[in-house]
Design a protein around this ligand. Structure first.
Ligand code: ADP
Ligand code: MG
Length: 463
């Protein structure tokens, strides 16, 4: 990179500068340099691990928000420390309490006595409450189970495993559990952590000889909230091991554990079976993409939190075009506000159309076809597409066929007769019968529900 080139990271930094006190900016943000940019990633170098922790804890939500506002969401921000090697060294450390002397050098040594950093700190976002969460058919099961857990930690569903695609409110609900627990019992110790940070903090503690404090912190809390647990698979063996013992110790003491993941436990790659197994011990609650009515409601709520009254036609226009990710809905509201403030004009449908029309056309997803569904379902059940279209009645064929018909009915606009035709010339009443059968079964059969939801998620990620 030439020294004069202005990277997306520089734009982000400038926006942050305008939003936080100068001293904070020069202390924490200015030293962060972008070391490489490619089409979808910005690699940011932090001077050391301590710095990284600070950014992670205090500035990440702001950075993410600004990224959305500047329409830079397609960049993933990856942090790296200038001082490499800590993570690799973890593999060499069978005794986690041992601190290799070379690793302690070159850093400011943290004090050995428990510091404030190791007293219970929850990292909860006060905005992420149940009151600020808009309930709809797609998330009400997850929300109700979270509320039950918050009202009686450790007593209702333990562990609770929240599962859903990115941007559908998992982190929000996780914080809401923590905020509610503390509201009802201010003395409760709640720890919120992402699995990535769990890993990094552990590395940091090994480096500074604070593994005991690390263990105390996470094994002695009343409620442990672990976000994005799927990333534990990217970690080293020692992280999984530590997490396994943390889990056991909390579970054994009847302390509440809530986890989130964008895939089901059975689909998290590269984790030890004993860990996967524990993830499945309690209840799995999934969150699905919201319906258009639900999206409209969320948009109006998000706008009102920002002090904006959003008209129904504007909300509907955005909701019709932004379908998958609630984060995008928030981004759209922020963008509307920015344009309306800069140009000093009211937020109207006309303004929304002017701002978004090009983006929405570019975003328009390719339509999912019945053939996509047949292929995905056939692959999952390891049968042939021709079997789905056949008249074979054996359960190994008939069941996947019912699932495929159910998903095709749900995810495509095809009519029942059209579906009949695509499934080898069947009558529309047969299709309806099959669709209804799955519809009824998934109410009580949680395994089937998990399979159907996971297939749906895979299909929605196709385009
Ligand atoms: P995830 O963790 O599933 O990727 P988040 O919890 O980070 O998603 O949600 C993304 C954004 O959307 C957050 O700002 C959150 O407040 C908001 N959000 C998600 N679901 C809802 C909802 N049902 N009501 C209000 N806001 C929501
Ligand atoms: Mg999240």
């Amino acid at each position: 990179m030439s020294p004069t080139s202005f990277t997306p990271w520089d734009h982000i930094k400038q926006a942050i500068k305008a939003m936080i006190p100068n001293l904070e900016y020069t202390s924490w943000i200015a030293p962060l340099e972008c070391s490489s940019v490619n089409s979808n990633q910005l690699l940011i170098k932090a001077p050391n691990m301590l710095f990284y922790q600070k950014i992670h804890d205090s500035y990440l939500p702001l950075i993410e928000k600004i990224k959305t506002e500047l329409e830079l969401d397609h960049y993933m921000i990856q942090f790296d420390t200038v001082n490499q090697g800590a993570e690799d060294s973890i593999e060499e450390l069978h005794d986690l309490d041992a601190v290799p002397p070379h690793m302690a050098s070159g850093h400011q040594l943290a004090p050995k006595t428990p510091t404030k950093a190791f007293q219970a700190e929850s990292h909860l976002n006060p905005q992420y409450t149940f009151a600020n969460f808009v309930k709809g058919a797609s998330n009400q099961f997850a929300m109700s189970t979270c509320q039950a857990v918050a009202n009686k930690p450790g007593q209702s569903y333990n562990p609770l495993f929240l599962c859903g695609s990115s941007g559908l409110g998992k982190t929000h609900l996780l914080h809401a559990v923590g905020n509610e627990v503390i509201k009802q019992n201010p003395d409760a110790t709640v720890a919120y952590i992402t699995s990535e940070r769990f890993m990094n903090e552990m590395i940091y503690c090994i480096r500074f000889g604070q593994t005991l404090e690390f263990r105390q912190k996470y094994r002695n809390c009343d409620v442990l909230l672990i976000d994005d647990v799927q990333f534990i698979s990217g970690g080293k063996k020692a992280t999984q091991e530590e997490f396994f013992h943390t889990f056991n110790s909390l579970y054994g003491a009847k302390k509440q554990i809530v986890m989130t993941s964008d895939v089901l436990p059975q689909s998290i790659p590269d984790i030890e079976d004993r860990l996967r197994n524990r993830f499945q011990w309690g209840l799995i609650a999934d969150i699905q993409p919201p319906s258009i009515e639900h999206r409209v409601e969320i948009l109006i709520k998000k706008a009102s939190v920002l002090g904006i009254k959003l008209d129904l036609d504007v909300a509907e226009y955005i909701a019709r075009n932004k379908k998958k990710d609630i984060r995008e809905l928030e981004g759209a509201v922020l963008r509307l506000r920015a344009f309306s403030e800069i140009d000093n004009v009211p937020i109207t449908l006309h303004l929304a159309q002017t701002i978004f029309q090009d983006f929405f056309v570019a975003d328009a997803p390719k339509k999912l076809t019945v053939e996509d569904i047949q292929k995905t379902v056939a692959d999952h059940f390891k049968i042939k597409i021709a079997d789905l279209k056949s008249k074979r009645k054996h359960a190994a064929i008939a069941h996947p066929r019912q699932v495929a018909m159910f998903l095709a009915r749900k995810l495509t606009p095809a009519s029942l007769p059209e579906l009949g035709q695509k499934f080898g010339g069947k009558d529309h009443t047969t299709v309806l019968h099959n669709v209804k059968k799955i519809e009824r079964a998934i109410v009580s059969d949680l395994d089937l529900r998990a399979v159907v939801n996971s297939l749906q998620r895979n299909l929605e990620h196709l385009y």
